[in-house]
Design a protein around this ligand. Structure first.
Ligand code: ADP
Ligand code: DP6
Length: 344
């Protein structure tokens, strides 16, 4: 009997220049580069046991055994890993999301980055985050970026071996993000389906692709200068351009809810009150506020007229993916058992 065990933690990330569209949906090669900030507050812990005696893969998320469909998604990813490692053993995967699942808060990003970390730990692979980012990409595109902390660029590359994450800046300065949880239910249209439909039908999609390289270039310059106003302005414009491609798809669709638009207005009001605060939204109704870490308490006070404390998750820049010890894994399990926070 062969049993190989590994555990890892990876943090979710929020794109400031978005990934929206694939040019190869089997290899997960994106149409454009993208750039994100990894978040300290939101993460996934995953443990894997490859066991030669198992007859099929199993997948437990937040103490709930997952459906056949969810497990098949995981098996598809594990098959890529097994082929690379030249093993055939099935696996038991246990995962804990300290991030709301499928609510546009990048649970798939932290999920696949943690899973590849756990696989590498179990299989005794050399800890090379860049190589692991290529494999994480095959689970979910945004997971490519979650191998690294701080600001991370995903280079679209020219093929499977060059489409990788590149760390840009550790983000350990006066910048952070507040996630406004307006609705943490599972979204109706997955990012995967939403982006495929947009690429296939939006007459504006071509223009989206044309404008991203300049957003990336300017965003990197803004990060190097630690210029939060410029970072925020580019991020807002980029997010709205992405959402415009969905509004122009046929049939059109959108992730915004009335509360999303209200939150955008409130963030503009914060700006009028003197705070450098900017919004970005992904494939869900929730809004993320890019702001100075030093302003977070004051901004939360301002927003407390409209939102409860539970709806506002503050985060600084998060770290790289890392392996977990058995003790750390046990602590995570206990933490999850102690609260139903973020679980379904
Ligand atoms: P999100 O906005 O949360 O990233 P997506 O629709 O992109 O939403 O991805 C959610 C999907 O990611 C889930 O339906 C599930 O298949 C997968 N996922 C989420 N958490 C995990 C996890 N911890 N381990 C493996 N897969 C996960
Ligand atoms: C709007 O990475 O979830 O959050 O590659 O199909 O798994 P798949 O999609 P996913 O898409 C993320 C889309 C986004 C923007 C971003 O994170 O860059």
């Amino acid at each position: 009997m062969i049993r190989l065990t590994g555990r890892a933690r990876a943090h979710s990330n929020i794109a400031l220049v978005k990934y929206w569209g694939k040019r190869d949906s089997d290899l997960f090669l994106p149409m454009t580069n993208s750039l994100s900030l990894t978040l300290d507050a939101l993460y996934t812990d995953t443990s894997i046991v490859f066991d030669s005696e198992l007859t099929e893969d199993t997948f437990t998320l937040d103490q709930i055994v997952q459906s056949k469909e969810q497990t098949e998604k995981l098996t598809h990813f594990l098959d890529i890993i097994r082929a690379k490692a030249q093993i055939t053993s099935k696996a038991n995967v246990t995962s804990l999301n300290f991030v709301p699942t499928a609510a546009g808060l990048a649970s798939s990003a932290s999920a696949y980055a943690a899973l590849i970390g756990a696989c590498a730990d179990a299989l005794g692979w050399e800890d090379d985050h860049k190589s692991l980012s290529k494999l994480a990409r095959r689970g979910s595109g945004s997971a490519t970026r979650s191998l690294f902390g701080g600001f991370v660029e995903w280079d679209k590359g020219t093929d499977d071996s060059t489409s990788v994450a590149i760390p840009i800046d550790d983000g350990q300065w006066d910048i952070g993000l507040i996630v406004l949880v307006l609705n943490n239910g599972k979204k109706k249209i997955s990012s995967r389906d939403g982006m495929a439909h947009t690429v296939a039908t939006s007459p504006f999609y071509e223009n989206w692709v044309k404008t991203v390289p300049s957003d990336i270039k300017q965003m990197k310059a803004a990060i190097y200068r630690k210029d939060i106003e410029m970072i925020g302005e580019i991020a807002e414009h980029n997010a709205l351009k992405m959402h415009a491609t969905m509004l122009s798809a046929n049939p059109p669709f959108w992730y915004f809810e009335p509360a999303t638009l209200l939150a955008m207005e409130r963030i503009r009001e914060l700006r009028q009150a003197g705070y450098p605060a900017y919004f970005t939204m992904d494939a869900g109704p929730n809004v993320k506020i890019i702001c100075q870490k030093s302003d977070m308490t004051a901004i939360m006070d301002e927003l407390s007229h409209f939102y409860t404390n539970d709806q506002m998750i503050t985060s600084a820049a998060g770290p790289d993916m890392r392996t977990l010890t058995e003790e750390e894994w046990a602590e995570s399990l206990a933490k999850k058992e102690g609260s139903n926070e973020y679980s379904h």
